[in-house]
Design a protein around this ligand. Sequence first.
Ligand code: ASP
Length: 402
Amino acid sequence: MNLSIKILISLVLSVICGLVAGPDALPFINWWIAPIGTIFLNLIKMVIVPIVFFSLVVGMTSLGDISKLGRIGVKTILLYLVTTAIAIVIGFGVAGLVHPGLGLTMTSAEAVTVKESPSIMQVFVAMVPTNPVASMAKAEILPLIVFSLFVGVGILQVGGERAKTLIDLFDAGAEVSYKIIGIVMKFAPFGVFALLLPVVAKNGPAVLLPLLSVIACVAVGCVIHAVLVYSTLARLWGGHTPLEFFRGMSEAMLIAFTTCSSAAALPINMKNCQEKLGVRRDVSSFVLPLGATINMDGTALYMGVCSLFIANVFGVDLTLGQMAIIVLTGTLASIGTAGVPGAGIIMLAMVLQSVGLPMEGLALVAGIDRILDMFRTCLNITGDAAVTIVMDQEERKGSAKA
Ligand code: ASP
């Protein structure tokens, strides 16, 4: 049976058992069952540092020779990063209005000490690690991201055979990390059950509405981002009306929605962009694969919604400074998110870690993650295409001038 179905079943089972057991059973549940959930969370935490390190280095090296990236490359990357940051802000906006999770209370096994929000300059200073190994040991995410990006650039500058050896090594490391996550996720149905049971036993049926509201926030957020950002890009710079753009993209969007994988949808995305939106082959064959690797607007939006949801559930008020850190971490994290089903939740774990939000909240999200993945993957690949049609127009203007 498919893993997502198993996780969904465990969510349903935990709700049924929790409702039947009720608050009287909490001492038993906390003593015997909750620790299984803690083991599951520890397993996820275990893999955060290696996956960030390996996958971000690989993400950077996928840019190829930086000096040869040229104007189109730099503009593409900037546009990818800006749209991703906007997506997180939209996620915050929607979740800020709907307040998913308010009324539901969860407590963390560890005392929740959300990191103080430092000033913006302090954030920049703290982003640069003096000792990357120490940052890894303490799972400090932003310095780790910065170090990984530097390693990626360093490898690209070395170039040649030696760089290739290192790229292969990091690629293998990223693959191993994803394999480990695959093993850990096999345990997810038990982990999710063990984490949710105490919450349902304590809160009763009140637990269901917040989950539905998270799904609604992500879905509505994705539609808002597509309509606002992509329609604007298409109309102002992409040479297409929004209707033409979305109609041209419909097949690829459907494939992304059903497979939950940007990588799987890439060939159809290429075909749609070239055949239906008239994008030149040389542009689409550079911009789209790069987007499928480093551009994840939907995943970023989901991080915004879920981090606010988890903060609500644990009674934490996120300050603007912490939200800014989430935008920064989430935008950079999307570079390292693989275009495969379920990658986003690992990156969400990392974003939570960056501001000190409790990981237990992941259990709530894990139960419905497949549904959220459908919406976010669909937005991820639509974002790649929106930037592609813009870059195509830019290139056309460039060659007309030449
Ligand atoms: N499934 C997403 C993608 O392929 C990544 C994620 O899990 O957020 O784009």
